[in-house]
Design a protein around this ligand. Sequence first.
Ligand SMILES: *Cc1c(COP(=O)(O)O)cnc(C)c1O
Length: 381
Amino acid sequence: MRDSEDGVTGGGESTRAVRAGLPEPVKYEPTLPGPVFAAHYHLPGEPTGPYTYGRDENPTWTRLEQAIGELEAPGREDVETLVFASGMAAISAALFSQLRAGDAVVMPDDGYQALPLVRAQLEAYGIEVRTAPTGGDAQLAVLDGAKLLWIESPSNPGLDVCDIRRLVDAAHGQGALVAVDNTLATPLGQRPLELGADFSVASGTKQLTGHGDVLLGYVTGRSGAAMTAVRRWRKIVGAVPGPMEAWLAHRSIATLALRVEQQNATALAVAETLRQRPDVTGVRYPGLPDDPSHKIAAQQMRRFGCVVSFALPSRERAERFLDALRLVDDATSFGGVRSTAERRGRWGGDAVPEGFIRLSVGAEDADDLLADVVRALDESA
Ligand SMILES: *Cc1c(COP(=O)(O)O)cnc(C)c1O
């Protein structure tokens, strides 16, 4: 997909992804220098930056932060990114660095499964938490007087979508900040800052890095007091990624455009195939033209993700289906190059039917994957 706003590196997203965060070429140095393993740096005299102590800064993070920033907010110099040890570390940093006792925050009630734990912790600190569903822009109804609006669109695992710009306008109109969990879309699928959000927060564990071998998180936001508070939170809590993880993530981002292109195209094909089946109900994929999420998704997303959700008639049937799959691992998480699926109800917490399945489409050939899914459906019937 080409983009006109960035003429420097060429407008294409693959081009941007393969070059994101690379340093200027230095003769005899590698294109992407290896991980810098350092707890401390030589630091004679006044202890000023850029590199003082390994919990505060690391050159491998700096390059990764630059790369993510170029994808989340191409061409913008006023934006900074901070990487974290996991998506939850990034989410906690954004929330706990901005909120104080007595503040109110609006969160989705159909978002990532650890959000109820976050809610309990926020409430323990005297922060009021209000929740509403993602779909139908229902969070608008409970926004009054809130300090921060937390959006997850598309929501995980239900794949509902809200009108981000509309919610941002309402929140900003009353002085509230807005954070968007951009994990499912990835920055190639959606750019929350362009839609007006103050923060794009994500787990890099999923499709951003895409190989199921790294935990990572990040917060991207406009430079200023809010991001300074996020940076301070990272230093206090110390939820920092290891240099090896940061480097693996940066290396993996080079193939992000290739992976999302293939995985998301196959996800659409899988959703279309599932919809033909009488034994499958509730197929959701924001890229399906008649999906309830599609209209708004098409306005604000560039790609619709690699996750398809649907339901089989019972828990037993869902378990037999998962057992029968050969190219799809029965595992949690999503976004990896190898397809995964799970019966979401096994965790408890999500309001989903017993036979509800979240399928993450990998980079296998579409024909192979479709054949495997159809065969597993037939065999498990
Ligand atoms: C996985 C996930 C997270 C948490 O990320 P971790 O890297 O597992 O800590 C947050 N939000 C969404 C939408 C996720 O899918």
